[in-house]
Write a protein that binds this ligand. Structure first.
Ligand SMILES: [Zn+2]
Length: 570
């Protein structure tokens, strides 16, 4: 199919285009030079007075896998309030607000103009389940990040100080379960919790039974990812998440990167940083530590972040940080679920309500925005709510508005807890994001952080034809003043083109298509891999409930796979 998008107001930061009126041509799923498309043959979209940008990329959203599914089961009330009807040929049915079913996830993302999503926490042993759910999410491309934080092989090889083995195991596991990058959640805490400890452990607390510290897990896996040449290196949920005073641990984690070189892109991605940016000693004297963290991030180009922005209302928290969910359950005393995934990791789920009048929740709401506004380099900032932990991804248009409009922030702050606001600096921040910065943090930056900037996150020739067109004219609308118009436009794209096909028209999906699943295949020395695999086999027989051949997710099992091969130095 050939498509010609005419006279749109194009923002494409990876190609240095800022609000230029131009045509975009599409053929065979790719962006091509305009002369390659015949206007008489092509499907022509008149985008005059409309914003044309690359498809959005969500770098961190819990959408598939065992804990997501259990979250759905635990929240029947969440599925009664939001039901999507079946429309033959156009969309499947589904339900759920904070824990939507798979089809609803794809439907809501594509309608907002998002074309790729990353599931950021899957227990390796449950990868088949995660992939099956990802396969069931229509419209978007996807990838998943397996958890390595309390993995017995990682702990064993670190104890042996066997750096090559850590790297080889990571390469083997990513290829075997079809993962995209290394995810660490509260490193070591899941394992320590199995020994009755693990609540709020810091970088230098020893993990019982192993003689290994969280600091070692981060340092060894980071070293391995760099040597493997994995583009998106360690994606980390820092230790002591959710505890007052935890920003010091976050600072220490950031400083851990200093022994590594500055590369072409950040080497550590700190996810949902809001939950790790707390000053004070108790919930009673909690304060925002966004300034301390932003200062450090501004200084250190090795680190990128996503926000974990809080949205007021009842949400469902779910994380591989099982000990923290235990703590949260004792604060909420509502529902709690906890699980352990054999020799690999753990998880917990707790529904939670963020209240505008709450001192703590007010500070949390401010912190996410403060960090986004205080970090100067938008190429290292990505929007997230840590869906569904801070709130549903469907609230992204509001977050964009809060970043682009001080007035929009002030409106919300009028209704918040006054004592909480005094512990924040958000009221005094004047910065407003530009259109270009909005496109960077929702498209170009995540593409670059994933190492996919050749084909994703831009509209240059050769890019995948993933395009969002919004009914808003950046030359006429001042988002600072007219933020309501901005929210309205971003909630439902006028058109969305995915892989060269028009899938949204006038804010409604027109047909069901499926994207691809990306995974990384780091190529390591065959001899090394053979010897490490022999060790893996031994331990599998001894400790795992499944066999090694069952563990592997084969390419034929997935709907559509895109392999990203990297040649490593291991
Ligand atoms: Zn998360």
């Amino acid at each position: 199919m050939e498509i010609l998008i005419r006279n749109g107001v194009v923002y494409d930061p990876l190609n240095g285009i800022e609000g230029e009126v131009m045509d975009i041509a599409i053929k065979d799923g790719k962006i091509v030079p305009t002369e390659k498309v015949d206007p008489k043959e092509a499907y022509v979209i008149d985008a005059r007075g409309m914003l044309v940008v690359p498809g959005g990329i969500d770098l961190h959203t819990h959408v598939a896998g065992p804990k997501v599914n259990l979250g759905r089961v635990m929240r029947p009330e969440d599925h009664r309030v939001s039901i999507l009807r079946y429309i033959p040929g156009r969309r499947h049915s589904g339900s759920g607000k904070t824990t939507p079913s798979t089809t609803v996830i794809g439907y809501r993302y594509i309608r907002m103009g998002y074309t790729m999503i990353i599931e950021p926490a899957s227990p390796p042993i449950k990868s088949r389940h995660t992939h099956e759910e990802l396969d069931d999410i229509p419209y978007v491309d996807k990838a998943m990040l397996p958890l390595f934080d309390s993995n017995w092989f990682i702990l064993k090889f670190i104890r042996e100080d066997a750096r090559d083995k850590v790297a080889t195991y990571i390469a083997w596991l990513l290829r075997t379960v079809k993962g995209y990058a290394v995810k660490l959640v509260d490193p070591g805490a899941g394992e320590a919790w199995g020994w009755g400890r693990g609540i709020g452990i810091s970088l230098d607390d020893e993990i019982p039974g192993w003689g290994v510290k969280p600091r070692d897990i981060i340092e060894y896996t980071l070293d391995a990812c760099i040597r493997l040449g994995i583009p998106h290196k360690v994606h980390i949920h820092c230790n002591r998440l959710g505890f007052p005073g935890n920003y010091e641990t976050t600072l220490e984690t950031i400083r851990l990167t200093e022994k590594f070189p500055i590369l072409d892109r950040p080497i550590m991605h700190i996810t949902h940083i809001q939950f790790n940016a707390y000053g004070g000693e108790t919930w009673g004297n909690l304060r925002s530590a966004s300034e301390e963290l932003a200062r450090e991030i501004n200084r250190n180009p090795r680190v990128s972040i996503d926000l974990g922005q809080v949205i007021f209302g009842t949400q469902t928290t779910m994380t591989a940080d099982a000990p923290y969910e235990y703590v949260l359950y004792h604060l909420t005393k509502w529902k709690w679920s906890s699980t352990d995934a054999e020799c690999e990791c753990a998880a917990g789920i707790v529904p939670y309500k963020y209240r505008k009048k709450s001192y703590v929740n007010t500070i949390q709401w401010c912190i996410g925005l403060e960090i986004a506004l205080l970090v100067r380099d938008p190429w290292r900032v990505v929007i997230s709510t840590d869906h569904p932990n801070g709130g549903p991804f469907t609230r992204y248009p509001w977050i964009v508005a809060w970043l682009m409009s001080k007035r929009a922030r002030d409106e919300v702050m009028k209704k918040l807890n006054e004592r909480g606001l005094r512990k924040c600096i958000l009221p005094s921040i004047d910065r407003e994001y530009t259109w270009t910065e909005f496109v960077i943090i929702t498209r170009a930056a995540p593409a670059k952080l994933l190492g996919l900037e050749k084909t994703k996150g831009h509209l240059g020739v050769g890019a995948d034809a993933d395009v969002a067109i919004y009914d808003i004219d950046p030359r006429e609308v001042d988002p600072s003043r007219d933020y309501e118009k901005l929210i309205k436009a971003l909630r439902r794209a006028k058109y969305v083109i995915k892989g060269g096909e028009v899938v949204v028209k006038d804010g409604e999906v027109t047909r069901v298509i499926y994207g691809s699943t990306y995974y990384i295949n780091p190529v390591v020395s065959p001899d090394l891999e053979k010897s490490v695999k022999a060790e893996i086999e031994q331990w599998f027989k001894r400790w795992y409930s499944v066999s090694l051949s069952t563990y592997e997710v084969r390419i034929e099992e997935l709907r559509s796979v895109k392999e990203v091969k990297v040649i490593s130095r291991v």
